[in-house]
Design a protein around this ligand. Structure first.
Ligand SMILES: Cc1cc2nc3c(=O)[nH]c(=O)nc-3n(C[C@H](O)[C@H](O)[C@H](O)COP(=O)(O)O)c2cc1C
Length: 378
């Protein structure tokens, strides 16, 4: 039984606003101007009476009302799936995450069985809830309005889910990665400059929310080699932060941080040598032998080279983090084998084991190696 309010088609009379030919615009100009309004990207899904699943990429989604909770989206009457959405009582709005461009492209094409090979679970009424989305809203359709060559559907949200994944955005015909306004330009200007390096930073940053969720409440950091050494360009928010002072632009110790040791191990020696010497000089206790101090560091770096990633354990509380921490850091390489970034994970020492082969460092390393492979394939 449909709960939908059927409204009689509205006769559209378009008032003549301007008779001046100079004010005329064609459909392409109209689309281009509309495209400047940056939106998220959704896949709207439904299930028909025969149990068939349908899904379409849509950026016409909008919130309507908080009480009652209402949302809307509009569908082209020429869409292959239009009859299914028209006749269904329900739909699910899946708000795509930053790393789901392939899913968006997939559902933006008309084809027979769009759900084969797609991970999802049936939501209310069997409408698919896609895996890995930023949020989803399971809706009962409460109204449909004619809207020119589209129909506008209004849904009442009956169930929803929300993750901490960053949402994918779309503007001027292109997918856009979103960053907090205060951090974005900094993150993209620090340390790297060529378009392919920026693309690599974007690719890795986009993968971090899902990785953080998979690994648990640890602190993830992305760092590049800046002119003062290892420099943080992104911190992924954590439910158990090791400090409230983790800022973009933070320069880390090359000998005492896992991030620094990853750069020391995998960048050319001539690039890091001066920084290492200075850092060893600053970190040596008065009672410590200079050569032994250097040897300890060189052993750690050699071990990082053998393992493929770096580690520091039991780092004492400091002004930066007020608790003892353990950390691992994995290098990310471009196609020519140059180290581009370090992907690092830090946690309170009692929350992160020190074993090189522990599940968390292994999963971090695996993720970083996969990211390297994706960057190298670009
Ligand atoms: C970013 C993006 C946003 C889109 N937004 C909409 C939309 O809001 N409504 C719509 O009907 N089509 C939209 N489309 C186009 C549909 O996804 C496309 O026509 C798709 O083939 C429809 O699937 P179907 O033919 O299987 O119904 C969008 C496409 C993209 C790439």
């Amino acid at each position: 039984m449909s709960t939908e309010t059927e409204l009689s088609p509205v006769e559209f009379t378009v008032p003549v606003v301007s008779a001046d030919p100079a004010d005329a615009f064609d459909q392409r100009q109209f689309r281009n101007a509309l495209g400047t309004f940056v939106t998220g990207v959704t896949v709207v899904t439904t299930c028909d009476g025969a149990g068939g699943t349908h899904g379409v990429t849509a950026n016409s989604f909008s919130s309507v009302s908080l009480d009652p909770p209402l949302v809307l989206w509009s569908q082209a009457l020429t869409s292959r799936s239009y009859p299914a959405f028209r006749d269904s009582d329900r739909f699910v709005i899946n708000i795509l995450a930053d790393d789901q461009i392939a899913i968006s492209n997939h559902f933006a094409k008309s084809r027979e069985d769009k759900f084969s090979g797609i991970e999802y679970r049936p939501g209310l009424g069997g409408a698919p809830v896609l895996s890995g989305v930023a949020a989803h809203f399971e809706c009962a359709k409460v109204a449909s309005f004619p809207g020119g060559d589209h129909v506008v559907y209004v849904g009442r949200v009956e169930r929803m889910g929300h993750s901490n994944r960053r949402a994918l955005a779309f503007g001027s015909g292109r997918y856009v990665a979103t960053y907090a306004h205060d951090l974005g330009p900094v993150a993209l200007n620090l340390g790297t400059s060529t378009p392919s390096e920026l693309e690599a930073v974007r690719l890795v940053t986009a993968a971090l929310p899902a990785l953080a969720e998979k690994l648990g409440g640890h602190t993830l950091c992305l760092a590049v080699w800046g002119n003062h050494g290892p420099t943080a360009i992104h911190w992924e928010p954590s439910s158990n932060p090791v400090s409230d002072q983790l800022r973009v632009g933070l320069v880390m110790s090359i000998t005492r941080s896992a991030t620094g040791r990853a750069f020391a191990a995998f960048l050319p020696d001539e690039q890091t040598r001066v920084f290492v010497s200075e850092d060893l000089r600053l970190s040596r206790r008065a009672d410590q032998d200079e050569a032994a101090h250097r040897l300890d560091f060189e052993r750690d770096v050699e071990e990082a080279r053998t393992r493929g990633y770096a580690r520091v354990i039991g780092v004492e509380p400091s002004p930066l983090h007020q608790v003892a921490v353990n950390a691992f850091s994995v290098p990310i390489f471009d196609a020519r084998g140059n180290m581009l970034m370090a992907l690092s994970l830090t946690s309170q020492a009692n929350r992160l084991g020190t074993d090189w082969d522990g599940p968390v460092p292994q999963a971090l390393a695996e993720a970083a190696w996969q990211l390297s492979a994706r960057i190298q394939a670009q």
